[in-house]
Design a protein around this ligand. Structure first.
Ligand code: CMC
Length: 427
């Protein structure tokens, strides 16, 4: 049923604005004609009330704690699917049948190697460079190596670039780690699963056999699934905005990686582990919590812009966290005990309960990644690896939309009004 809202603005005719309905989620007021009709802009810094685009990929209900990829609840995908199948779903909108699944996995795994010259690119970085700094640079540089897939108006080019991104991002992520450790790069092994291959590229050495542990592979695959997409978050919106100008997909993903790096977004699980180190031990928790309540700092890994109930990814990750700690016999390690103590206190403390601050996925994923032997500086890299399919799916959706326009927000200008230049000797 079509609906309108009527806006009464002083001294102007009433303005009728159409209300659009999605499949799920709040209706939206279509303000596209607002400026032309009123000579005014709308003001919404942080986009807290603004739907920036139409999308069919991912749905979140923050109040109910629901997350669906293409309509499928995240709990079912985390339990029954695997990361590559989830990639197919996000990219193409449907789960693959057995034949499609095999063909897609085979094709992605055949593209895991990077151009040999790209491996030399790393030598330009300092060994102590943050792996995310290398990721931003190397992913952006892919455009210089794969020039045969840069025409965004050609559907084949777009498809090849999308597959290349998904296939090569684990290889690049592992190279960032290996370079920072002074270890030789490992070539991919295409007979392994996507995630087992990533662990092989991370942890194998030329001097010993490496057999990925299936419990740990499954845990990491789950981390990949849970981080694969999250609708119009800051980095995805960055990818869309960069892509709206017609920039090539490698440059857009590099922009997304840069945005993800921030501690309020993808840097949170890294911040969780740093926080645990700073607190040191269970005895210091009470004093730390006092500082949080006095707003001197935040409890990292808690709170979410959208989820004002339990983050559904956090519930799955908590289960995975328990499995991994048990598999590795780490339940009694001081750091993990400290994390569990923080969780317990925060879930019962009125400060957090009243503000609906629950643990988010990053609280547990940081603990799992640390238990897997992945250094803290690599956490956001792992997030970027997993989110690449989400970014590329949104980029794909946007480019395929015939009504797509360059993104160009407006502003409320509060700077100086016009004034005349004053020569330097008169200032
Ligand atoms: N610790 C302590 N207090 C907090 C926290 C926290 N982690 N998060 C929010 N608050 C308080 C905040 O001080 C405010 O209190 P008051 O009402 O008294 O002023 C209230 O809760 C609302 O906070 P807000 O800043 O308006 O909430 P937001 O929706 O803008 O922030 C957030 C969301 C994720 C940036 C924030 O919760 C935060 O900084 N969390 C820690 C960082 C983190 O874990 N980020 C990962 C997000 S999940 C990964 C992803 O999806 O990208």
């Amino acid at each position: 049923m079509s609906q309108n809202v009527t806006l009464n603005i002083q001294d102007k005719d009433a303005l009728e604005l159409p209300v659009l309905q999605g499949t799920l989620g709040p209706d939206v007021v279509d303000i596209r004609k607002f400026y032309a009709a009123t000579d005014m802009f709308t003001f919404d810094p942080g986009f807290t009330s603004t739907a920036s685009c139409e999308s069919k990929i991912t749905f979140i209900d923050g109040d109910k704690g629901q997350l669906y990829y293409r309509g499928y609840p995240i709990e079912q995908l985390a339990e029954e699917s695997d990361y590559l199948e989830t990639c197919y779903l996000l990219l193409y909108g449907e789960l693959p049948n057995a034949q499609e699944k095999k063909a897609f996995s085979g094709m992605i795994m055949r593209h895991t190697m990077v151009h040999e010259q790209l491996t030399w690119f790393f030598r330009g970085f300092r060994r102590d460079a943050h792996p995310m700094a290398m990721m931003v640079g190397v992913v952006g540089a892919l455009a210089a190596f794969y020039q045969d897939s840069l025409d965004i108006n050609d559907a084949d080019h777009r498809r090849v670039a999308e597959h290349r991104m998904i296939a090569k991002i684990p290889t690049i992520a592992a190279m960032c780690y290996r370079y920072s450790k002074g270890l030789p790069f490992n070539y991919p092994k295409n007979d392994l699963s996507y995630t087992a291959n990533f662990m092989h590229m991370m942890f194998a050495t030329p001097c010993a056999d490496y057999e990925p542990n299936p419990v740990l592979v499954r845990a990491l695959d789950r981390i990949f699934i849970l981080h694969a997409d999250h609708e119009q978050n800051a980095s995805t919106s960055t990818v869309r905005l960069a892509g709206s100008s017609g920039a090539n997909p490698f440059a857009c993903i590099s922009a997304g990686i840069a945005c993800l790096w921030g501690p309020a977004h993808g840097g949170a699980n890294e911040a969780v582990l740093k926080m645990l180190d700073e607190i040191g031990s269970v005895e210091n928790v009470a004093e730390f919590m006092q500082g949080v309540k006095e707003k001197r700092y935040r409890l990292m890994g808690f709170g979410h812009r959208v989820y004002k109930n339990m983050d559904p990814r956090a519930a799955i990750m908590k289960q995975t966290c328990d499995e991994v700690l048990a598999e590795l016999g780490l339940q009694d390690s001081p750091k993990f005990k400290l994390a569990m103590e923080l969780e317990k206190i925060a879930l019962n403390d009125p400060y957090f309960v009243e503000r609906k601050l629950y643990p988010n996925v990053d609280f547990y994923s940081g603990i799992v990644l640390s238990a897997l032997g992945i250094p803290v500086s690599m956490f956001t890299v792992i997030f970027a690896l997993a989110r690449t399919v989400g970014w590329i799916s949104h980029w794909h959706e946007m480019i395929a939309d015939p009504n797509q326009k360059i993104g160009r927000p407006r502003q409320l200008y509060t700077g100086e009004a016009r004034r005349d230049y004053v020569p330097v000797d008169k200032r």
